[in-house]
Write a protein that binds this ligand. Structure first.
Ligand code: ZN
Length: 134
């Protein structure tokens, strides 16, 4: 299920939807929740590195994300974990050209025919890709 204007936050097969207009604080809390769930299922007690994939169309401010991450992970298993961000470029689908075109914002027209209203197929999501744990 995918709602318009939402960000998918996930770890492995586990996905949850968060309203992308929510503050970065909420996103960070989701990330921590995912880490803690993963720790419970996979039995680790310390997270060293968190690899986050962030779609460039998702309008997530990375500085805020890092700030809140440091704040809310104190006294958790992710305390002092490094946050590494992998940026995922936007990709749209043009029905007119029946092809994929790169997007830098969600409102970009097709780079080939100039058509607006492209279907966004990548770049809106945010997910926990990998955790380096001990
Ligand atoms: Zn086109």
């Amino acid at each position: 299920m995918r709602l318009p204007g939402s960000v998918i936050v996930g770890y492995g097969g586990y996905f949850l939807l968060a309203d992308w207009t929510l503050h970065e604080l909420s996103l960070t809390e989701n990330v921590l929740q995912i880490i803690e769930d993963a720790a419970q299922h996979q039995k680790f007690s310390r997270v060293k590195i968190v690899w986050l994939e962030i779609g460039l169309l998702a309008c997530v401010r990375q500085e805020s994300l890092r700030f809140y991450f440091d704040v809310i992970t104190q006294d958790t298993i992710a305390h002092q974990a490094q946050l590494k961000v992998i940026e995922v470029a936007g990709l749209g689908w043009c029905e007119q050209c029946t092809c994929e075109v790169p997007l830098t914002t969600r409102y970009d027209p097709c780079t080939r025919c100039g058509q607006y209203g492209l279907k966004i197929i990548r770049g809106e999501e945010m997910r926990v890709k990998e955790l380096e744990v001990t």
